[in-house]
Design a protein around this ligand. Structure first.
Ligand SMILES: Cc1cc2nc3c(=O)[nH]c(=O)nc-3n(C[C@H](O)[C@H](O)[C@H](O)COP(=O)(O)O)c2cc1C
Length: 345
């Protein structure tokens, strides 16, 4: 496993929509962690260009993340929501697409990268076998024990355990509003449940912002920690200015479907509060709200744009990504040593 070869068990999370750049991924990999690129919302051709650019910046391994497509949503599920939005905002056409899934699989089969991670679902056993045969490890994001069992049965090499603290979209295989009645699992509970249920290595994600939390995840059985929000203010990240500026503010985060039709965690703002009952309709709502989000960005209005962030966002710093990896690594070692010496005989 690639995880066993890393100098430090720190993985940067893939963050589509701007933040994940070749520069960020390469800086993390060059510092001894594992950097990630994000293919979400990109064409297969743009995905290939980012891989090529990353290869120019590092000889170390890195990963590529894909969105697993779901079936189209019936129009009737979201018509009323779009009518409501149209009263106040510029709204585009709801559109279904697969995020260029088939072409991206072809690309990664022809020109493999060391790790392919998947979110929003589990690829079929044949698709996983194809990526593995090309030379990649396949990691699948899970949010429950049931999803973990499915992913292992499909042939996943490792699981990314995404706790409910995590910023951005939930990686759940299905996004069902009826599941909202029960609380999503926090990272520590999820890690314990998964280590008891499956044998494959687990990468812990969600709310990790310090070396002490990296140490906690490793102690709870994870093989590595994956951090997203913690890297958002690094100079190498392509984070939109509105999000970069909002991260240090003490604003609570919330789960919402208002912007994309898929449950995601972001900083609380007006739009999110005004649309608590937005339907599950991804990617249709994502495409329809594109113009309103673009207009908000153009006006520098943080109240009508998605500001994805995990629960520990106020701890983010603006230092270079390589320095952050080294700092987290040192802090984790100190935390492990001091816990042992302080708390146990
Ligand atoms: C801005 C942003 C964009 C994200 N985009 C993706 C993505 O494209 N693919 C993915 O698998 N996860 C994505 N995530 C989720 C991360 O992979 C990860 O689960 C999360 O960042 C971990 O929680 P943390 O942000 O508290 O560290 C995104 C998260 C954020 C904050």
């Amino acid at each position: 496993m690639l995880l066993d070869e890393l100098r430090t068990p720190i993985v940067s999370a893939p963050m589509a929509g701007g933040p994940s750049t070749p520069e960020l991924a390469a800086a993390v990999s060059n510092a001894g962690g594992l950097g990630f690129l994000a293919a979400g919302y990109l064409s297969a051709a743009d995905t290939a260009a980012r891989i090529a650019r990353t290869r120019e910046l590092t000889a170390a391994p890195f990963g590529m993340n894909l969105f697993v497509p779901a079936a189209p949503t019936p129009t009737t599920d979201y018509t009323r929501y779009l009518e409501e939005l149209r009263r106040d905002f510029p709204v585009g056409e709801p559109r279904y697409d697969t995020d260029d899934w088939a072409a991206k699989l072809d690309l990664l089969t022809d020109a493999p990268v060391p790790v392919v991670s998947c979110t929003f679902g589990c690829p079929s056993p044949a698709e996983i076998a194809r990526l593995r045969a090309a030379g990649s490890e396949v990691w699948v994001t899970v949010t429950s024990v049931a999803e973990a069992r499915l992913a292992v049965a499909a042939g996943a090499d490792a699981l990314i355990a995404q706790g409910s603290e995590a910023g951005g979209h939930r990686g759940s295989f299905a996004d069902r509003p009826e599941d909202d009645a029960t609380d999503p699992l926090g990272l520590l509970a999820l890690l314990q449940l998964l280590t008891a249920a499956v044998e494959v290595p687990i990468i812990a994600a969600g709310g990790i912002a310090t070396g002490a939390a990296v140490a906690a995840a490793l102690t709870a059985g994870a093989s590595a920690a994956q951090l997203g929000t913690a890297f958002l203010r690094c100079p190498e990240a392509g984070t939109p200015a509105l999000l970069r500026d909002a991260l240090p503010l003490d604003t609570p985060t919330m789960l919402t479907r208002a912007f994309t039709g898929r449950r995601a965690r972001g900083l609380r703002n007006r739009f999110l509060l005004d649309h608590p009952d937005a339907p599950a309709a991804y990617p249709e709502i994502h495409h329809a709200t594109g113009p309103l989000r673009a207009a908000a960005r153009a006006e520098a209005n943080p109240d009508a744009v998605n500001l994805w962030a995990g629960q520990s966002h106020t701890l983010t710093t603006a230092q270079p990504a390589g320095d952050l990896v080294r700092q987290l690594s040192e802090e984790a070692k100190t935390a492990l040593r001091s816990t042992l010496s302080r708390r146990f005989e």
